[in-house]
Design a binder for this molecule. Structure first.
Ligand code: BGP
Length: 479
């Protein structure tokens, strides 16, 4: 529907921005931190853009005070960050590292002192390598107990001050890139294992939410899901079925479990027929059903368009554009299920990501319609080349346009009846993109860091910084 009058943003709306430990902190081997799967993976030649690592990243570990000062200057109401498991338990379990706790203690205190609400992500992909070596990490049910013990420690330490928690960040992405495309650690291509790993992650997620209720009864917790709403390429019913297949296998597969503790029917039956369904043990579904999240975390970047894909001679895995050269990504699919095609109605970024603010409204409405849960937009943003001009100026008008159009879509969705808690733009400062180095920038704050050479890492407010500040001041009125 087209609204004549839009509903205003709620007064306590969490206007924020997000980051992840590996992408900002650096200090990869300082103060007793253990080695993570990413610390190891980035050292394999050819895995990341120009061999970039998070060894230094944007040095947030040493510069967090300056970063929080900038957040305060912007008037930001919430900051979503993740804890590096290996700072707390260098080996994933056992001995606690007090220095690791101290860092997050300081960060949280600094945020609170500056009226920035902390939103703490328990897991943003940096698994302790010791657990990968010992039992294959997510490949074993042992992960459930270790992830729970680590999370409970954080609930105990920070639960009195931190009220918003994200359990797993983008389970669909870290398992998909880790176990189907071999683009993330552990660099495996094994569809059956992919579904098994996901079942373990689902159980770990549920176990942690169950414990959370005991330790932080007045807090809110939910997973962050990378939802790319599926569009059909045409009104041909075969394309519609392809898009429905994509919703079931790419999205409901995770969100149904989070919200209801059960796998979607048609996806499950497809996996069973193809010998891909995970092994389930007694009691699993009881645990999954009793651990409802308080909200669905939504990481929204783009929509994807689908078409029928024949079984014989159908398209298989595509290719990602990690170079920033427009037009270098390749569509992919699963024969007999779906294939992706480009959407002629949408502009794309230099990394071939569709720009689709209406897709955000669609995502918010679909989640609300199906699950009736509050939603926290835990990520949304634009990765682009930024140009540092004379006198330290960055005119990122394209980022302002991107965020503005997505905020408009959010307000339409709120007017549609969506219960939206907040909006965390990816990202606050520029940071390391897992596979794309430093040239694909997302921040409101430019950081002088690059793939090659030594740089001073100074922070520079972009034009979008000032724009977002005003947006927050007017609670979303001044677009
Ligand atoms: C999400 C991740 C973030 C971030 C973002 C941008 O999937 O949760 O960690 O990296 O995507 O992606 P990229 O850096 O590949 O552009």
């Amino acid at each position: 529907m087209i609204h004549n009058k839009l509903t205003p943003f709620p007064k306590d709306f969490l206007w924020g921005a997000a980051s992840a430990a590996y992408q900002v902190e650096g200090a990869w081997n300082e103060d007793g931190k253990g080695v993570s799967n990413w610390d190891q993976f980035v050292r394999i030649p050819g895995k990341t853009f120009k061999g970039t690592t998070g060894d230094v990243a944007v040095d947030h570990y040493h510069r967090y005070k300056e970063d929080v000062r900038l957040m305060a200057e912007m008037g930001m109401r919430a900051y979503r960050f993740s804890v590096a498991w290996t700072r707390i338990f260098p080996n994933g379990k056992g001995e606690i590292n007090p220095k690791g706790l101290e860092f997050y203690n300081n960060l949280i205190n600094e945020l609170k002192a500056n009226n920035v609400e902390p939103i703490l992500t328990l897991y943003h992909w940096d698994l302790p390598q010791a657990l990968q070596d010992e039992y294959g990490g997510w490949e074993s049910r042992n992960i459930i107990k270790d992830f729970t013990a680590y999370s409970v420690e954080l609930f105990k330490q920070f639960g009195a001050r931190v009220k918003y928690w994200v359990s797993l960040n983008e389970q669909n992405i870290f398992t998909g890139l880790g176990y189907r495309m071999a683009a993330h650690p552990p660099g495996v291509k094994d569809d059956k294992l992919f579904y098994q790993v996901n079942h373990h992650a689902n159980l770990a997620n549920a176990s942690v939410i169950k414990e959370f209720r005991k330790y932080v009864p007045d807090g809110k917790i939910g997973p962050s899901f990378a939802y790319s709403p599926a569009y059909a390429a045409s009104s041909n019913p075969k394309d519609i079925i392809a898009a429905e297949n994509a919703e079931e296998l790419n999205s409901h597969w995770w969100m149904d479990i989070y919200a209801w503790g059960k796998y979607p029917k048609s996806a499950w039956s497809y996996l069973e027929k193809n010998n891909l369904a995970p092994a389930v043990e007694e009691g699993d579904f009881e645990l999954l059903k009793e651990s409802k999240p308080d909200f669905m975390g939504l990481n929204y970047y783009q929509t994807t368009t689908f078409e029928e894909n024949p079984i014989e001679g159908g398209v298989t895995a595509g290719e990602m554009n990690t170079s920033g050269k427009k037009g270098t990504s390749k569509d992919g699919g699963i024969p007999g299920v779906f294939k992706t095609v480009s959407n002629p109605n949408l502009e794309r970024t230099n990394w071939d990501w569709n720009i689709d603010p209406n897709g955000l409204r669609i995502a918010l409405r679909r989640i609300t319609g199906r699950y009736n849960l509050p939603i926290l937009i835990s990520e949304n943003g634009l990765g682009e080349y930024d140009k540092l001009e004379e006198n330290d100026v960055v005119n990122d008008d394209y980022r302002i346009d991107f965020v503005r159009s997505h905020v408009e879509a959010m307000q339409e969705a709120i007017s549609d009846g969506v219960d939206l808690m907040g909006y965390c733009v990816w990202s606050f400062t520029d940071l390391l993109s897992w596979l794309n180095g430093f040239q694909k920038r997302y921040g409101f704050v430019y950081v002088n860091q690059h793939e090659e050479g030594e740089h001073d890492l100074r922070r520079i407010k972009k034009k979008s910084f000032h724009w977002y500040k005003e947006l927050i001041e007017t609670n979303g009125e001044k677009l």
